[in-house]
Write a protein that binds this ligand. Sequence first.
Ligand SMILES: [Ca+2]
Ligand SMILES: [Ca+2]
Length: 250
Amino acid sequence: MLKLNAALFALVLACGGSLMAQTPPMGGYQDAAYSTGTAYGDQIESFVLKVGTTTLMSNLNTGGAAYPYNTFYSAITPGNMVPGSSHSVEVQPGSAYSQYFTAWIDYNNDGDFLDAGEQLGTTANITHPTYGVITFVPPSGVGGVRRLRVRAVWNTAGPHDPVVSYSYGEAEDYLVNLGFAISTSSPLPTAAQGSAYNQNIQATNGTLQLGAARDGNAAPGHHGFTVRQQPASVGHAHDGRHVQLQRHCQ
Ligand SMILES: [Ca+2]
Ligand SMILES: [Ca+2]
């Protein structure tokens, strides 16, 4: 096992098997409440998350969700953020009414958006079709999948509270990935008996845990890994590390 950072991800490699990234369960968040919500068109029309000018994830033209006016888009693949780099949450209000926006990320993964640094920022009153832009830099050393929330509030300047009830508006939650980004192909190729090969894995953050499955043969050393960590930032512009994994199947 090679620890790069806090234990939030587990990467499991099996001889001839597949490569998986496991994340902790994400749930238990108190909803962002509204009394009237989207009934008159106060809504988040479109959401985009960018690093620099590159779009990491987007959810466009969603209109306004019905009661309770908040939606957790858990099926959308989390955008792979780059800790230490400038990102932006960009949100467009519906055409009916202008909106103020505030966004958060639960960096410490404790089920709320109240800790220091978790409020990413707030916007002025934004009128369709303009996007409100909240720029922020996610900290290094977080690692893992995290909940992002953005909410629109009519006629009340931010920063807003992440959960208390406002009259008009809409909230949307997403998952974002502050863990390592795996640049290798998945599943791993199958090594022949007695052979070895190198597998390069790029980790931008978080923890890399390497384990060998024994596929029926419990003899010690039947499957083994040799892990070599190369210097940081080899061939890459961001703060990633290179880990070279050499797998032996005997
Ligand atoms: Ca919406
Ligand atoms: Ca928190």
